[in-house]
Design a protein around this ligand. Structure first.
Ligand code: GLY
Ligand code: MN
Ligand code: MN
Length: 438
């Protein structure tokens, strides 16, 4: 059985911590702080229930540790000092014990095991700021600190890139199993279960709820259901599902087809289009330009496949590509699937929105070691097609052909790419190649 890469080395983790320490020390100096506390957050309960929501630690705290961080765990940072980890001790026989994970990582930390009412923060000065949920009175509000820190999160360390690479390898094992289940006629539910099993995770551990849409459901951008209805004749599977490696996400979409026909030809074109855009995700490129390039490429694709007979220029003027591709070309990826800081232009928190692309979540110029998704799509969404017929005069679209394509739903292909100088390192394609070599 194929396995994923081994855990990143201790040297990578040490270099990662050094970078984080530098970033936070710069922030402490900038805001005149003596300390910053990062809080992982507490579990929260469903209304009138004794069950909790699936728990995800605050990403700012998770970033510091090489394993999934639990609730009510704190990190205290002071300039020039080893970071302190406040580890919760619970006198509780209802849950499994919560030992501090063993490993070399702990050499870099001062670890304090504490009970809930221990006064772990009593020694901290008034010049302490708090980041994360449930701020405490002793910590002063520090306006601008979050934006200052979030801006740098876009640039990943080698440790973070290694984690996202592993998360891709796990996701790809799931996608291959999902494709197999689809070809065997499985239901959305069974395809999702096959995905989870092959990518070794529970649904709660997925970085976002996996989207598994057969046929028309592939046209629902955030399709949430998992129908138990199997269908040996299903035409399309759109699966958008990732995996999490100690908090770092992969975010991968593939569209698989059963038949070789006019829709599968469209999928092939979209696959080539996606790779061509992904290859351009290099340092110095303005990400909104990639979105614009994608709209142009979609217009060419619509014309080449006889879906719209208008020229590319006419299509762009009438916003035809947006009828079929109504979302952004991608986003930053990291501890959060839609990672923080995508609109920020600087540490001061100034943001940029692109009016023509309101759904685009990344408006920065690409820098080395950013990790982004590239996820063009082409969907047959009845609501948007009806609106086009109502609003756009002389749309030039072949409505008969579109009617034939409606039952296939749509296409999205999504890869995760590390931005390099004059290179776009495609972690997802690499993982598929690696998996097919076994
Ligand atoms: N899976 C959510 C996204 O692709 O952005
Ligand atoms: Mn996705
Ligand atoms: Mn995405």
């Amino acid at each position: 059985m194929q396995t994923v890469s081994t855990t990143p080395s201790h040297a990578l983790y040490q270099a990662h911590l050094k970078t984080l320490q530098e970033r936070y020390e710069r922030a402490m100096y900038h805001f005149g702080l003596e300390a910053i506390v990062l809080a992982s957050g507490a579990k929260s309960y469903y209304f009138q229930d004794d069950h909790t929501f699936p728990y995800h630690a605050y990403s700012g705290a998770q970033q510091w540790l090489p394993f999934s961080l639990g609730a009510e765990t704190y990190i205290i940072l002071r300039a020039g000092k080893k970071p302190t980890l406040i580890w919760p001790v619970r006198d509780d026989f209802w849950h499994a014990p919560n030992p501090v994970p063993a490993g070399e990582w702990s050499q870099e930390w001062l670890i304090v095991c504490a009970r809930q009412d221990d006064k772990v923060f009593s020694q901290l000065s008034q010049d302490t700021a708090w980041l994360g949920p449930q701020p405490q009175d002793f910590a002063k509000p520090c306006e601008g600190l979050k934006a200052f820190i979030d801006y740098d999160k876009a640039i990943k360390t080698d440790f973070e890139i290694a984690a996202i690479k592993q998360a891709n390898e796990r996701a790809v094992l799931g996608h291959l199993a999902a494709k197999q289940a689809f070809l065997e006629g499985a239901s959305e539910l069974d395809i999702h279960l096959a995905y989870l099993q092959a990518s070794r995770q529970t649904a709660d551990q997925e970085p976002y709820p996996g989207i598994v849409g057969l046929d028309q459901h592939a046209a629902v951008l955030h399709y949430e259901h998992k129908s138990p209805q199997s269908n040996p004749q299903s035409r399309t599977l759109l699966i958008d599902a990732g995996a999490s490696q100690h908090g770092y996400a992969s975010d991968v979409t593939r569209t698989f087809t059963r038949y070789a026909d006019e829709f599968s030809a469209l999928v092939e074109s979209m696959d080539a289009l996606e790779q061509q855009i992904a290859n351009q995700a290099q340092a110095g490129v303005d990400y909104p330009d990639l979105h614009q390039q994608t709209l142009i490429a979609i217009a060419e694709c619509l014309k080449n496949h006889g879906i719209c007979q208008l020229s590319v220029e006419e299509q762009l003027a009438k916003k035809i590509p947006q009828v079929f591709f109504p979302h952004g070309v991608g986003h930053l990826l990291g501890l959060q699937v839609h990672d923080v800081g995508g609109f920020q232009q600087d540490r001061a928190g100034n943001t940029r929105k692109v009016e023509q692309a309101p759904f685009l979540r990344l408006t920065r110029s690409l820098e080395e070691n950013m990790v982004v998704t590239i996820e063009p799509g082409l969907y047959f969404i009845p609501m948007l097609l009806e609106k086009m017929q109502d609003d756009i005069k002389d749309h030039g679209c072949d409505l008969e052909k579109i009617k034939r394509l409606l039952p296939y739903g749509g296409i999205r292909i999504e890869d995760n790419v590390v931005v390099k100088k004059e290179l776009a390192l495609n972690l997802t394609r690499e993982a598929f190649l690696q998996a097919s070599a076994h």
